[in-house]
Design a protein around this ligand. Structure first.
Ligand code: GDP
Length: 529
């Protein structure tokens, strides 16, 4: 198969949802279709229950053994499908945001009874901002839930999407009869038998044929006809380009647990979902078909086993082919690196590969060369954009609790920050270090990992900040900026890239600062260049 065909058959995507909507279950069913796993229960849930650190540690430990769960690849109908794992827990939302820079599309899973939940809103917003094509899967139709039209309204309003259903439920919960597939024009009858992997479908060429009554009964048949009429009137017809541009989101209904409506979703997905997309770098737009390899690091996974302290850097191949043992330019370091054992990921394992194509994810063993966002090329100087740091929501001083292990602490903190676990700020005034995180859980994780992986001990102390604002003066030499720095001295620090950050203690203080020093611009993500 040629290079262009290899690109054309790839689909790299992420599944996003609020915890418990059914992401893990859906992933597993998709893998079953690909023949990538043999039985249900093979995909480990990456869920953190009750926010317990011990759960997180356990998950990380398991992942250390089988990091393949970060990327689940399988073949289906000649397509190579890469599912990128996105943690659902809100404390790890940043990890998910970063993973979203490496997907070409997403599937959004929504619980039919709970509707649009908080985490879904946040994640969809990020996808919307990046015009990532989205398909919505409304899950758990075997349960009583909200009315299908109400749900579509809710999705449009809360998620600010423009939807069009490509399937529609016939009844729900106790009365759930099945799904009419608008895309394929057939009916899928629900038997509630989760052991069956491939269900029977009945083709319906004409929705007005009396055949429909025989299949689903008189009343449901009538209701369905009315509903389909309404759908045609109210929702736009599906248009692939609109979907690919992020302007239209098709919706499917089903029950992941019962493996119902999943094949329909997958069959439509492989037809409409984008092949690897071009990506913007600081100098130009790079197309996947370009001959020369480029790629970027979107995730770094530490091995939690202290005996094997290597890390795995996950690279998304954007253009060209990534080849084993070929030297590539690490743009930030300005030096060439070769990789003798790049890993590719399959459903439950990873293995060494000689060649990877655009859309693929390669895992590179790393001894500390990589940071999230690093770019590799065949020599061209360019940097991929779009992996911003968001302002943390929690801030604490970090203190060294073991004076003999200062070096270890520094190294540990440095590497954990490279992985994107949290953000470190160094105060201008006294050089003290402040860790900022999205969720309180990360502090325990950091403490645990410093101790177990680096042999360093730390303690925390509250730091009364509310938000980190990246500071950019219009004119670094003007008096206003000098005064700002003088007055706010206690609240200024540098992030790990040396950028100036204002650690504001309240919304009020941010507003006052903006009023008083209008030429000093404040940004809530680090991505303001
Ligand atoms: P995640 O947190 O989004 O990964 O959700 P899971 O896939 O772990 O599912 C959460 C719970 O919902 C589990 O108990 C699943 O068995 C259940 N679940 C998932 N899909 C369905 C479904 O279609 N119907 C029903 N009744 N339960 C489901």
């Amino acid at each position: 198969m040629g290079f262009i065909e290899e690109i054309a058959r790839r689909r790299t995507f992420g599944i996003i949802s609020h915890p418990d909507a059914g992401k893990t279950t859906l992933t597993e069913k998709l893998l079953l279709f690909g023949g990538a796993i043999q039985e249900a229960g093979a995909v480990k849930s990456n869920k953190i229950k009750k926010g317990a650190t011990s759960d997180f540690m356990e998950i990380e430990r398991q992942r250390g053994i089988s990091v393949a769960t970060s990327v689940l690849a399988f073949n289906y109908k000649d397509r190579k499908i890469n599912i990128l794992d996105t943690p659902g827990h809100k404390d790890f939302a940043e990890d998910t945001f970063r993973t979203l820079t490496a997907v070409d599309s997403v599937i959004v899973v929504i619980d039919v009874a709970k509707g649009v939940e908080e985490q879904t809103e946040k994640l969809v917003e990020v996808c919307r901002m990046r015009n990532i094509p989205m398909i919505v899967f409304i899950n758990k139709l075997d349960r009583e839930g909200k009315d299908a039209f109400d749900l579509l309204d809710e999705v449009e309003q809360k998620l600010k999407l423009n939807v069009t259903p490509l399937s529609f439920p016939i009844g729900m919960g106790y009365d759930f009869k099945g799904i009419y597939n608008i895309w394929e024009k057939n009916i899928n009858l629900f038997s509630g038998d989760s052991r069956k992997n491939i269900e029977e479908t009945i083709a319906i060429s004409d929705i007005n044929s009396p055949e429909l009554e025989t299949i689903v009964g008189d009343k449901p048949a009538n209701t369905l006809r009315e509903e389909l009429e309404l759908i045609e009137e109210v929702y736009p017809a599906f248009d692939r380009n609109e979907y690919l541009n992020g302007n239209l989101q098709p919706v499917f209904f089903g029950s992941a647990l019962n493996n119902f409506g999943v094949r329909e979703l997958l069959d439509c997905f492989i037809e409409i979902a984008p092949t690897p997309r071009p990506k913007e770098a600081d100098t130009r737009l790079i197309k996947p078909e370009e001959e020369k390899f480029t790629g970027f690091v979107f995730k770094i996974h530490a091995n939690m086993d202290p005996k094997h302290r290597d890390r795995l850097a996950f690279i998304k191949v954007v253009s060209g082919t990534f080849e084993r043992n070929k030297p590539y330019l690490h743009v930030r370091h300005g030096k060439n690196l070769k990789f003798s054992s790049p890993n590719a990921f399959f459903a439950e394992k990873k293995e060494i590969v000689d060649i990877s194509y655009p859309g693929d994810i390669v895992g590179l063993h790393d001894t500390g060369n990589f940071k999230i966002g690093d770019t590799l090329t065949e020599g061209e100087i360019l940097n991929y954009k779009g992996i911003p740091s968001f302002s943390p929501e929690h801030f604490r001083y970090v203190n060294n609790a073991d004076p003999l292990k200062a070096k270890q602490l520094e190294k540990g903190l440095d590497q954990l920050m490279d992985e994107g676990v949290a953000q470190l700020f160094t105060l201008e005034m006294n050089g003290r270090k402040v860790i900022g995180t999205v969720g309180a859980l990360q502090y325990e994780v950091i403490q645990y990992r410093l101790e177990h992986e680096y042999g360093a001990k730390c303690s925390y102390e509250n730091f009364p900040a509310y938000k980190a604002c990246w500071v950019k003066p219009q004119d670094p030499k003007n008096e206003e900026f000098a005064e700002f720095k003088r007055v706010k001295q206690k609240f200024l620090g540098k992030d790990k890239y040396g950028q100036l950050v204002f650690l504001a203690d309240s919304e009020f203080s941010i507003q006052m600062t903006q009023q008083k020093y209008p030429s000093v611009k404040l940004y809530f993500t680090s991505d303001f260049h």
